[in-house]
Design a protein around this ligand. Sequence first.
Ligand code: NAD
Length: 256
Amino acid sequence: MAKTAIITGSTSGIGLGIACSFAAKGYQLVFNGLEENGAAIAEEVAQEFGTQAFFSPANMLHPEQIQELVQQTASRFGQVDVLINNAGVQHVAPIEEFPESKWDLILGVNLSSAFHTSKAVWPGMKQRGFGRIINIASAHGLRASPYKSAYVAAKHGIVGLTKTLALEGAAHGITCNAICPGYVKTPLVEGQIADQAAAHGMSEEEVVDTIMLKKHAVKEFVSLELLGEMALFLASEKASTITGTAMPIEGGWTAQ
Ligand code: NAD
């Protein structure tokens, strides 16, 4: 029987890339995100790879909408085998100018939502003795940068949640791991390149080389394909003893 994966924030960037990798391996998918064309994206990917998918517009800030997403998945596909907590937002500002509303938003989407989704899928995974929870953290779950107080706090927080769920899931066949990417060229990062180029009076190429990839020892963006492959491996049956990890995929950033 085909396995089912819920991927939050999968209508763009990393989530969409991972969804395509899972669709190519025959997973049934639940797409989620705020993009208005989410249903069309789900339909397109399902058709391209010949699998089943549906779209849920659940806002990750609202626990009752998360509950509904998990219930819809159970009634449509019968079970949740894999949960990928990927939805995320960013805001960059010095602490004294950092808006309270942005702090609450980032903690809500990037951290608290993973608590609510994991809690909602947990009883089913426990009952079946199988589950895979994969949190898309960041190199910022392992290292800090200035002006990213909320993002770094949320990403360090999700690494802590990952370790705790790994310990609680160990007796029930549930693993929980975090993937910690460096820079990946997605709409989230493309926006930052344009903003930084304007702010510093630099070309976009200069921003990429001198600001963005400065922290990568390997001067390349991380690819969506690599993240998809890693998530697929962590989701597989054979990865049963990999749990509680925070796996850096960041061109050597955190080796420094
Ligand atoms: P993106 O902006 O391309 O996609 C973010 C997705 O999250 C979108 O589908 C968006 O609709 C969804 N989303 C945002 N708020 C939501 C909400 N309230 N409810 C439901 N969905 C919501 O960003 P991305 O670069 O693909 O980032 C995906 C994840 O990867 C994030 O957690 C981000 O922190 C992490 N990450 C990204 C990079 C990078 O360089 N791009 C590096 C490390 C970690």
